[in-house]
Design a protein around this ligand. Structure first.
Ligand SMILES: [Zn+2]
Ligand SMILES: [Zn+2]
Length: 113
């Protein structure tokens, strides 16, 4: 029997933006489809959150292995280290930053996981 994917958490942010509401509802509907995890809907909402609501993204979580790894690579903390050596703040590969942000957007959508 296929496992039903978890349902997203409807936080206050969902109703504060018409696009969020629309994408969230699409994700919730798709989550009832037992054929699998609604990757496309999840990614669409994450991408919108990263593009429009960066301030909403939660900080790294102590209980998440991915967060702990990414925090170690956080461009800001790397820049601080290099600042002490009077080097210009380096930029990590942009795609890494984006994956990081998309991952944290997932924590916002599934706040209880
Ligand atoms: Zn939105
Ligand atoms: Zn995480």
């Amino acid at each position: 029997m296929p496992q039903t994917p978890p349902l997203p958490t409807r936080g206050e942010w969902v109703d504060a933006c018409a696009t969020c509401t629309q994408l969230f509802d699409a994700l919730t509907r798709a989550s009832f489809d037992t054929e699998g995890y609604p990757v496309a809907e999840h990614e669409a909402l994450c991408a919108h959150l990263v593009a429009e609501h960066l301030g909403l993204l939660p900080p790294y979580r102590e209980d998440c292995g991915n967060c702990i790894e990414w925090r170690a690579l956080d461009p800001d903390s790397v820049a601080e280290i290099h600042l002490g050596e009077k080097k210009p703040g380096p930029r990590l590969v942009p795609v890494l930053g984006r994956v990081d942000l998309l991952h944290r957007a997932g924590h916002l959508i599934y706040a209880d996981l």
